[in-house]
Design a protein around this ligand. Structure first.
Ligand code: BGC
Length: 869
């Protein structure tokens, strides 16, 4: 078998055009190699301006290997390929080339300024008419390459010569704009004509100046200066460069978008379209001049992950007529995106689309959306050939759409051709799969996947539908391991962590959501809160564990350390964080609907437990980074907090002061209990689960760790009982009730089909879906045993009557998988280990076995282990 290598990957980019790293790290996978083969050296060839240089690197490293050459300069294009050598001394054939291109790396590269309309845009209204901006330019013959570097205050879509630039939506996304405004780089070579050309952009309010937040929310949080910033660079054969940059010679006009908001939807009047506005020769004599806004080019940053895109279309499965006679389309799946319509109607006909996740009494039920209107309106221009439209600058979380004002009847056939849901999210690469013999469990897993898709819309959000959609830190903190398995979210979350640090207060406070928006006194997010603030330690650690990226630890170390220092300061010498407001075990089903923080487990117990965990993680981060002094300091701190925790909250018999599931689960999972008390605590936890009839009795803090706490301490069957319970509240209760995503509240929909009267009733919240990580690691049995899955633990733990399960994950080393099946012949296990990684097979009751790369099959019958392949 010959050794083959994949084309190298650049940092965490899916496409490496316009990258911000001048020394990008490279990763490759070895897609085939004989058994026992190991890389002992690699050769990285870098081809830059015609000359290629080879760099030989000793060692087995193949993930995020340092850039071997001089740094890239702005706009530079380079090609890299890799070959590898094993112990036999033979070099493999080189991989395919990967092309990478640097973005604008220094502030001095920017000549464009942000431009926006000069007219008064009524900054305090939700119904501000956004602008179009445009200009024309002449291109010479001999064009080699054209790039558009673009961003906006607000959101934008650019056009050149009547054609859309790129396929990203809602760009530039949501970052802490005052410090980090992302720009995107587009290859527009094919859109440019020799001679006259036009370029323009649509603008929307987006997160920059649109309404954000609940109870009326806030407008203009980042400014009211909607603007577009674009720098088009044309490179010619003779090496010259022509730059067309946004400046005061551009023109602006009112767009046919009458109003547009993330929460409220979009209102579009096709009669107001300015036909040909982005074509050369369009008469913009009536258009206004533009105004130059302010923006420090030092704040412009290249993306670290992919943009948001449409990734799927879903047709309606049914057209319903409600008791009140309205027409509702059911898309069969709670999803996030917009609806595209196609149809013909007389000029002035307005179609209104209102969305919701659920129905109640057969009607569209929008109360869970709170103040998000989630309504799109399209007014036809009356074109005989028909019209097609989808909103540009909004998104909705929905399964049902009420259609009002449709021209003619709308039956199932009409709906199928005319209305389609366009699913949007950050266009991450899918990397993880799970299946089992239980269809309900598979549906739960599918719901988790849909929940992630709908809530990874540039920012990892709590929910995608109501007047929130914020980067709640606690939610991500618990879901990050699951997310990292299902999709390659490394680039996206690395970027979000930079925002987290940007929002951190000088004293170390990590806000409850990132980016921050203000809120009323009760909800002021810039307050230290356990489990939420701990995103500063848990998320970088998770990314390190799952993607092997030491760089993320280096980048986040200060932020993580500051968070732990703050916890230490608040707790003082007692090492107990027992003061102040806490969200605690949020949404424990026993908490009253109007006070989700009032959980069974003492919120300060939760706070100290998380303090201990974060101190430990900072110690581990320091150790991984080679900072011995910090590793010792935070290790000692973690020990002290643990002792204080045990002294304060755990009795000599292992009983805890909060005799509740979350208390035991976190104490066990965060390794806070002395060995002598672990069994007693685990037994009590299992007993509590049984006493509760396997119904869930935990919230955001306890639920994600509960199954692990049980299975790791001798109560696997109890963990399965909990997992497979179908009564309310439980994971499968939701599935039985027809859920197609994971709900925020265990009983968001009550057994009688009505919606819970509380105000937190999102039907698409990923936090409680964090159990999927346990499905992957324990039920199927695939987990990282060393950072980046360099060592992979295969430890399936069949139970609960399942007869098979499988998991597959594209690790940084390539694909790893496990499948197991139970039949009369015993337990059959098949695992696949990628080249460069090592497998650890840990079957219950058997000795642990170390596996090299390749496929391995084993059978355990009557406790006898057999090797099959
Ligand atoms: C959000 C959450 C969040 C919680 C914390 C809610 O409004 O939707 O998921 O973590 O508040 O208070």
């Amino acid at each position: 078998m010959t050794v083959t290598v994949s084309a190298p990957r650049i940092e965490h980019h899916r496409e490496a055009r316009g990258i911000g790293e001048s020394r990008p790290r490279l990763s490759w996978t070895i897609t085939a190699a004989p058994a026992g083969w190991a890389q002992i050296a690699s050769r990285i060839e870098v081809l830059r301006s015609e000359a290629s240089v080879a760099f030989d690197v000793e060692g087995p490293e193949q993930v995020l290997v340092a850039w071997p050459d001089e740094p890239l300069s702005s706009r530079e294009i380079a090609h890299v390929r890799v070959s590898v050598r094993g112990e036999d001394g033979a070099w493999s054939a080189p991989s395919e080339w990967t092309t990478l291109e640097a973005g604008l790396l220094t502030p001095g590269d920017w000549s464009a300024g942000p431009i926006g309309a000069i007219r008064n845009e009524n900054p305090h209204s939700d119904r501000r008419r956004p602008s179009l901006v445009r200009t024309e330019f002449a291109a010479r013959p001999g064009l080699v390459r054209a790039r558009l570097y673009a961003t906006a205050h607000g959101v934008y879509q650019a056009e050149i010569n009547g054609r859309r630039v790129g396929d990203d939506i809602l760009s530039p996304g949501w970052t802490v704009y005052r410090e980090r405004l992302r720009y995107y780089t587009y290859d527009v070579t094919d859109l440019i004509e020799p001679g006259a050309n036009a370029i323009g952009a649509w603008l929307g309010d987006g997160w920059y100046r649109g309404r954000l937040g609940w109870r009326g929310g806030f407008r203009n949080l980042s400014g009211d200066d909607q603007s577009f910033l674009g720098q088009l660079e044309l490179t010619y054969e003779d090496g010259t460069r022509q730059v067309v940059a946004t400046d005061t010679t551009w023109k602006s006009a009112r767009s046919p978008i009458i109003a547009s908001g993330i929460y409220d939807g979009e209102d579009y009047d096709a009669r107001e379209e300015l036909a040909g506005w982005s074509l050369a020769g369009f008469d913009d004599g009536e258009w206004d001049r533009v105004q130059l806004r302010r923006r420090d080019p030092a704040t412009l940053v290249a993306p670290t992950g992919p943009p948001v895109r449409v990734t799927q279309e879903v047709a309606p499965v049914e057209v319903l007529t409600t008791p009140s006679g309205r027409r509702i389309l059911d898309f069969g799946q709670n999803l996030v995106g917009v609806v595209r319509l196609r149809g013909a109607a007389p000029a002035g006909t307005t179609v209104t689309l209102r969305t919701a996740e659920v129905l109640q009494d057969g009607e569209l039920y929008t109360r869970p959306l709170r103040e998000a209107k989630s309504t799109d309106r399209y007014t036809f221009a009356g074109r005989a050939e028909g019209e097609e439209w989808e909103p540009r600058f909004t998104f909705h979380g929905f399964r049902y759409v009420e259609v009002d004002g449709w021209h003619g009847d709308i039956d199932a056939d009409v709906a199928r051709g005319a209305l389609v849901a366009r699913v949007i999210h950050t266009d991450l690469e899918r990397t993880g799969w799970f299946a089992s013999s239980d269809p309900l469990l598979d549906r739960l897993h599918e719901n988790v996947v849909w929940g992630m898709r709908g809530n990874f819309v540039d920012v990892p959000t709590d929910c995608p539908q109501r007047d929130e959609r914020l980067g709640w830190t606690g939610d991500l903190q618990v879901f990050a391991p699951t997310a990292s398995f299902l999709y390659d979210c490394s680039g996206m979350l690395t970027g979000w962590l930079r925002d987290l640090e940007a929002e951190q207060l000088p004293d170390g406070t990590v806000p409850w959501f990132v980016p921050v928006i203000p809120a009323d006194t009760m909800w002021t997010p810039q307050r230290p809160g356990a489990a939420w603030g701990d995103a500063a330690t848990v998320v970088p650690w998770t990314l390190y564990e799952r993607f092997g990226d030491l760089g993320v630890l280096r980048a986040q170390f200060e932020s993580a350390r500051k968070w732990v220092d703050l916890q230490a300061e608040i707790s003082g010498p007692s090492r107990l964080w027992d003061t102040g407001f806490q969200l605690g075990d949020w949404l424990d089903p026993a908490a009253p609907p109007q006070d989700p923080a009032d959980a069974r487990t003492d919120r300060h117990l939760v706070a100290t437990a998380y303090f201990a965990l974060s101190a430990r993680l900072v110690a581990r981060m320091a150790e991984a980074l080679g900072d011995v002094a910090s590793a010792e300091k935070y290790g000692t701190l973690a020990d002290e907090v643990r002792s204080a925790f045990v002294a304060r909250y755990v009795g000599d018999d292992g009983r805890m002061t909060s005799d509740a599931q979350t208390a035991y689960a976190i104490a066990l999972r965060f390794e806070l209990l002395p060995e002598s008390l672990q069994d007693a605590a685990a037994d009590r936890l299992a007993e509590l689960v049984r006493e509760a009839g396997n119904r869930i009795a935990t919230g955001f803090v306890g639920t994600p760790v509960l199954a692990d706490a049980l299975s790791a301490h001798g109560h696997l069957e109890t963990a399965y009982d909990l997992l497979l319970e179908q009564g309310c509240p439980s994971w499968l209760y939701q599935v039985q009730m027809g859920a197609t995503t994971v709900w925020e509240r265990w009983d968001a929909m009550l057994p009688d089909g009505s919606v819970n009267s509380g105000s937190m009733t999102s039907f698409n919240h990923y936090a409680l879906g964090a159990v999927a990580d346990w499905l992957h690691r324990v039920v199927a049995g695939l987990s990282p045993a060393a950072p980046g899955y360099r060592r992979i633990r295969f430890a399936p733990r069949p139970g609960g009557g399942l007869t098979s399960a499988s998991a597959r994950h594209t690790t940084p080393y390539g694909e790893a998988s496990i499948q197991w099946r139970l039949d009369e012949g015993g337990l059959h296990v098949r695992v696949e280990v990628p080249v460069g990684a090592e497998g650890i097979l840990d079957l219950e009751g058997e000795d642990v076995e170390v596996l090299g790369h390749g496929v391995h099959e084993r059978r355990v019958a009557d406790a006898v282990l057999e090797e099959i392949a």
